[in-house]
Design a protein around this ligand. Structure first.
Ligand code: SAM
Length: 311
């Protein structure tokens, strides 16, 4: 296993498989691709994604998360999952989705070898959902919940609901989302907004989750700390499980980050918050460079990892 200059091992890779999405969430950070290579239409093939993960396994990568854009938009998402899941070193393969295409995909996702999913759902109220996602289709949260139930029934668990808390938009929905997660038997991840393309929007919507966390802590019957990014998990009396994701102004988060990213255009991305140290692995791969050369690029990406708070 390889560690970076700050002693952090890396066992987790988060791969954006497309930058295309069928929603236009007002706060989306596009997995940090809203700067440099956001306009590139290039996408990696299933074989290329497999190769990058395979290289990663030589350095201790054990967990893969597929993201986007919307990963379920890709017709070959099942092939991507199926190839990766054949790697013995990979213990966990998961996917984060907006859930809009989930219902019809569940069976094939399971058959391909997917272990679990995170579904992004910021509210239950249809008018708020429409306001956040700017979706043209007439989907409402209830349609997505149908897909979630099916996913749980097919064993894509522990299933997590991702809720980004936005001031004045969906912060009134937290209680309902806690209830929903407990009814479904899902974990609710309350996510603090991180900066995205529109600075003004960020300042308007950003909520420091500390106060909300304090309240939840008081009613928790049990707590746990997750190794990744030192996230706190609270267990409530009604069975709800709530995980806090607080990437903003949080040295603990960076100090305990064990994740590397890959952009949809095949750049190794050492940190969500910066695009100054991207490493193009796709081009050398397409040029037929040897595994040794690709491994060097992976090592370079680990070497230039730096906790964001140090900048
Ligand atoms: N389309 C998929 C989805 O909606 O889950 C995958 C891509 S989306 C960028 C991945 C996750 O990032 C979602 O859970 C989303 O809520 C979260 N996210 C997007 N922008 C964010 C921001 N500015 N701050 C915090 N989380 C954000």
């Amino acid at each position: 296993m390889i560690t970076d200059k700050y002693g952090r091992y890396v066992d987790d890779i988060r791969i954006s498989v497309t930058k295309k999405c069928n929603l236009k969430c007002i706060y989306c950070h596009h997995e940090g691709q809203w700067q440099n290579d956001f306009n590139k239409n290039d996408e990696m093939t299933p074989d290329e994604i497999y190769k990058i993960v395979e290289i990663g396994t030589k350095f201790g990568i054990k967990k893969v998360k597929l993201t986007g854009g919307e990963p379920l938009i890709r017709n070959d998402i099942y092939e991507i999952i199926s190839k990766i899941s054949k790697l013995n070193e990979i213990e966990d393969i998961s996917l984060v989705t907006n859930g809009t295409l989930l219902k019809d995909s569940v069976k094939k996702l399971v058959e391909s070898g997917l272990k679990r999913i995170n579904v992004s759902l910021d509210c239950l109220e249809p008018s708020i959902y429409k306001n956040i996602t700017k979706s043209n289709n007439n989907l409402i949260p209830n349609d997505i919940i149908e897909g979630i139930k099916l996913a749980i029934a097919h064993g894509l668990t522990p299933l997590k609901l991702n809720m980004v808390v936005l001031k004045g938009v969906n912060d009134t929905e937290i209680e309902r989302m806690i209830e929903l997660s407990s009814d479904l038997g899902a974990t609710l991840q309350l996510i603090e907004l991180v900066p995205y393309r529109e600075r003004e929007g960020f300042l308007k919507f950003h909520v420091d989750l500390s106060n909300i966390e304090e309240k939840i802590k008081k009613s928790a019957v049990k707590t746990k700390i997750r190794e990744l990014q030192k996230r706190m998990i609270y267990f409530l009396e009604n069975g709800a499980i709530i995980e806090f994701v607080k990437p903003y102004h949080n040295p603990e988060f960076c100090a305990n980050c064990h994740r590397i990213r890959v952009t949809s255009a095949g750049r190794l991305k050492p940190c969500l918050r910066t695009n100054t140290n991207l490493i193009n692995i796709l081009e050398p791969l397409r040029e037929g460079k040897s595994d040794k050369e690709l491994e060097k690029l992976f090592i370079n990406a680990i070497e230039c990892r730096k906790p964001y708070y140090l900048d």
